[in-house]
Design a protein around this ligand. Structure first.
Ligand code: ACO
Length: 333
């Protein structure tokens, strides 16, 4: 089969307006700005307010990506949405975005791969383009984890923020593939370390189930240990697949979960600060949206210059993790 190469057309993002600082959190928790910023790098996070939800932010990010690429909703052939906390399980967030952007010719569906969702979406999207059946594929990652946090658990609730990112890809007419290498991975045996249950009620004719709580629980230490060996391995494998070395890469755009994890990856790659995209201080961990938000913001601010090559990497519940080496073309918005 003659596989079609992929062009990255544009990156979009959206975050809630409402900002909650570390100092704000001290009003409801026994914590401090000093503890949170030293241990995680987070200073503040954007949080969904009132009726705001992951569908709404997903629509805004999708519109941003379409507008930057000059592509209309009708020209989109497929919408893949990564979300761990969709506003509705069904209809899917993909279908809601399809309606909002007028993508009447597109198929639309959701996937769940927690914080690695955008890399999984990219794997699906590139395969769609590769077959030649779908041309313009819109990948959206949107999460509002703050609605599912235990706000009395200071070990987890300080870490997250809300937002959405979108990547529009298409068939590369010039034959140059922007996805130079991409690997996603999963290890279900580690699943217990980050969980969010969705527990309903049984039929009244059968024994009631123990009612669960839809709150995120996380063993931060175990996640940290796991990530510190899997993520560098994943990045190095991806570079090897790409036939490249760290020195050939211009930027690292990592999942924004903890600054210490990012610094560990930075030192492994021997990158200076200019090459590492960090915005965890402003947004916290926005889960699947974290990598596209970091990419979108860094391109818009000029921190990322094009043409260039970047490593994208993410990890999270599952455990699931992945890395990509991508080409960012001149003028990419
Ligand atoms: N404020 C003040 N003190 C706190 C807070 C807080 N917010 N949270 C914990 N502490 C206390 C603890 O109670 C503990 O006190 P003790 O020593 O008296 O018992 C002390 O600080 C140290 O706690 P640790 O858990 O050992 O802190 P650690 O240095 O491991 O940092 C953290 C915790 C930030 C969660 C870190 O382990 C981490 O970032 N892990 C990775 C998490 C991650 O990346 N998740 C990503 C995936 S999310 C997803 O997929 C949905």
């Amino acid at each position: 089969m003659n596989y079609k190469p992929v062009q990255i057309l544009s990156i979009g993002m959206a975050v809630p307006k409402k900002v909650v600082t570390n100092d704000d959190l001290t009003k409801i928790l026994d914590t401090s700005d000093e503890w949170i910023s030293t241990r995680t790098g987070i200073k503040q996070r954007h949080i969904a307010d009132g009726d705001e939800n992951s569908t709404l932010f997903g629509i805004e990010a999708a519109k941003d990506a379409l507008q930057k690429a000059g592509v209309s909703g009708e020209e989109v052939d497929a919408i893949v949405v990564a979300s761990s906390n969709p506003y509705n399980i069904y209809p899917s967030t993909g279908c809601a975005i399809q309606e909002a952007i007028g993508a009447k010719n597109a198929i639309a569906f959701d996937i769940t791969a927690a914080c690695t969702g955008m890399l999984y979406a990219l794997e699906i999207g590139r395969s769609f383009v590769a077959t030649g059946k779908y041309k313009n594929v819109l990948l959206v990652a949107t999460d509002t984890n703050t609605k599912f946090l235990d706000w009395t658990d200071r070990t987890s609730c300080v870490l997250f923020g809300d937002g959405a990112g979108a990547i529009l890809i298409t068939e590369a007419k010039d034959g140059v593939d922007d996805i130079i290498a991409l690997n996603v991975n999963a290890d279900g045996t580690m699943g217990r370390h980050i969980q969010m249950n969705l527990v309903g009620d049984n039929c009244p004719l059968v024994e009631p189930a123990t009612s669960g709580q839809q709150k995120i629980t996380m063993n931060g230490k175990e996640v940290y240990k796991f990530v510190m060996h899997t993520m560098p391995e994943s990045i190095m494998k991806c570079l090897e697949d790409a036939g490249l070395e760290p020195k050939d890469i211009d930027y690292l755009v990592p999942h924004q979960a903890n600054l210490r994890i990012i610094e560990g990856l930075q030192s492994r790659l021997e990158f200076n600060d200019e090459k590492v995209i960090v915005n965890i201080d402003k947004y916290g961990n926005t889960s699947a949206a974290s990598v596209p938000i970091a990419l979108s913001e860094a391109i818009a601010s000029g921190k990322i210059k094009t043409p260039s090559k970047a490593i994208l990497c993410a990890f999270g519940a599952g455990m699931a993790w992945g890395s990509a080496v991508v080409r960012l073309r001149e003028g990419l918005k």
